[in-house]
Design a protein around this ligand. Structure first.
Ligand code: SF4
Length: 551
């Protein structure tokens, strides 16, 4: 009998997870269509689905999928495996974790999460906080890891993705991002509507992108010189008094120091560094300063500076100063993403329980590397929390302040300093942002006593694991998309089919292991109900009647 399920599409690696109606016969997805109740009808226009209309069914039955739990029987990387049951895998992994906790403390267990298939963060975050290890990270480490902590330090929150509004947004600045190339073009289509309504567009990118072609001004920047450009914009905007004076007076500290600092970067100096003509820098700064509110960037990807280490941090400081002078937390500009309870999700209360982690009685040490990289530690999070607790009782959920340095994790495995990491559990390619050479050495090292991966397909990391666990795909599980607490809306969908073979929901790993270790890990549906407390709905009702929550 054919049933229609209110599911989520798993066609993208990083889950926008568009809402779909899946027509299902038993364990087969016959076809999908957009759900009119969903937050987007994008599946109707999606380029991927035009190519592969039943992409989810293809992934569901792909011959390379991992289907059964495997235990290594040869040397690491030798490719010799024994098929075992899920229960045996959980039992053995839990026993080993107990031994490691007994000998080295919970901090010796590191947890890695990669690209999301449906929801995944909820399990790892809760497990981590209840267990008491600070050494955990998610895929955001490789995109916003250098920028968001700066923003959090400056505003207390992040802005991430502004929502441009036609006839309201004065100017949109693409700084390296290319939303026209995103699989989900909703945001870019909003940009086109804004442009038609008279919004100015500036593109800062060395490449001749679609954004460049529709811009009023295209600044073809020398890659990596963004900080100089941001300083020069500030120089002009402050010098010509084009900033929001009321905002500066009411809400900022240190404006005079900023003013002094950017005097060092007049447009002619910035021109030599950035290769952008001086007049264009001035013209762009004036356009920004006179067309507020400004909607900046295209999301998390300011690509000409990301991953430049200290350069990214310096850029971020000036960039976020620019954001705050040109329409921060204004409709049509850049919103502050505050506690998710405002957006219908008790995420900080039940999942991202960083205060619980920081005060955990069994946690004796901070993240490995916290002495060298203090942002990326419980100490950083508590400093932040102390400053914000009156407005954010659970603290902002974002994990960026607590994630350890990748290099320090590898060092801790190989050298045992500052203390040893003895177990590593990785889901969905959670190690893909590491520098590979030393990581492989660490994964092969006998110092690492336990290495577990859970994924939908084999990867170079599953090849080196002690246990490989098969993950369910988006259409095989109920999901509440919380985006690691990064955005201000949530949406959900039910599973279209039961997991095939012996695949499991990612959450099962944390629930089953957690229970073996005496942690309070509820059934997934119960946790989803708890998370939806602010909406007054339970998960099933939410999916049936509401589907998404957007304030
Ligand atoms: S963008 Fe397309 S493939 Fe990706 S989740 Fe949405 S509908 Fe599926």
């Amino acid at each position: 009998m054919v049933e229609v399920k209110k599911a989520l599409c798993g066609g993208c690696l990083f889950g926008f997870a568009c809402p779909i109606l899946a027509h299902v016969d038993g364990d087969r997805i016959l076809k999908i269509e957009p759900d009119p109740l969903g937050y987007t009808n994008y599946p109707a226009r999606c380029e991927r689905l035009k190519l592969w209309p039943n992409l989810n069914e293809i992934i569901l039955r792909h011959p390379k999928r991992l289907n059964y739990p495997l235990k290594r029987v040869g040397k690491r990387g030798e490719g010799k495996w024994e098929r075992i049951t899920w229960e045996q895998a959980i039992e053995e992994i839990a026993e080993k974790l107990k031994e490691i906790i007994e000998n080295y403390g919970p901090e010796a267990i590191a947890l890695a999460q990669g690209s999301v298939y449906g929801d995944m963060d909820i399990g790892q975050h809760r497990f981590q906080c209840l267990l008491g290890t600070p050494n955990a990270w998610f895929e955001g480490k490789q995109c916003g890891g250098a920028r968001f902590p700066i923003e959090i330090a400056m505003y207390g929150y992040i802005t991430f993705l502004g929502i441009p509004i036609p006839s309201k947004t004065g100017c949109i600045v693409f700084w390296g991002g290319s939303p026209s190339e995103w699989p989900n073009r909703q945001w870019f289509e909003r940009v086109l509507e804004c442009r038609a309504s008279g919004t100015k567009i500036i593109c800062i990118d060395p490449r001749p992108t679609s954004e460049a072609s529709l811009s009023d001004l295209w600044l073809q920047i020398r890659p990596g010189s963004d900080a100089a450009l941001a300083m020069a914009f500030l120089n002009v905007i402050i010098e010509e008094e084009l900033y929001d004076k009321e905002f500066v007076q009411k809400y900022t500290l240190g404006f005079d120091r900023l003013k002094e600092a950017v005097k060092e970067m007049p447009p002619d100096r910035a021109s030599k560094i950035t290769w952008i003509p001086k007049d264009k820098i001035i013209e762009a700064a004036r356009m920004i300063g006179t067309h507020k509110p400004v909607c900046w960037g295209g999301g998390g990807d300011y690509i000409t500076t990301n991953h430049l280490g200290p350069a990214t941090s310096v850029f971020s400081y000036y960039f976020y100063a620019l954001v705050s002078l040109t329409g921060l937390d204004e409709e049509g500009g850049m919103y502050l993403y505050k506690n998710m309870e405002n957006y219908g999700c008790a995420y900080g209360k039940y999942v991202a329980m960083w205060k619980h982690l920081c005060e955990h009685p069994k946690r004796k040490r901070d993240t490995v590397g916290s002495d060298i990289y203090p942002i990326g530690s419980c100490r950083a999070w508590m400093t932040y929390y102390d400053a914000m607790k009156e407005v954010e009782p659970y603290g902002f959920e974002c994990q960026y302040l607590t994630m350890p340095s990748h290099a320090a994790v590898v060092d801790a495995i190989l050298t045992g300093k500052p203390y040893p990491i003895k177990a590593l559990i990785s889901q969905a390619g959670g190690l893909s942002s590491f520098s590979l050479g030393r990581l492989v050495e660490a994964l092969k090292s006998s110092n690492l006593e336990l290495f577990v991966t859970m994924d939908i397909f084999p990867t170079p990391f599953t090849a080196l694991a002690d246990y490989v666990l098969p993950a369910a795909h988006t259409v095989e599980k109920d999901s509440l998309m919380t985006f690691n607490g990064l955005v201000f809306f949530i949406h959900g969908g039910e599973k279209a089919v039961e997991p095939l073979y012996e695949r499991h929901d990612d959450y099962d790993l944390w629930k089953d292991l957690g229970r073996k270790l005496g942690l309070d890990m509820p059934d997934k549906e119960k946790l989803l109900d708890m998370l939806l407390e602010p909406t007054g709905m339970r998960f099933r009702e939410f999916v049936e009647k509401k589907r998404y929550y957007f304030p």
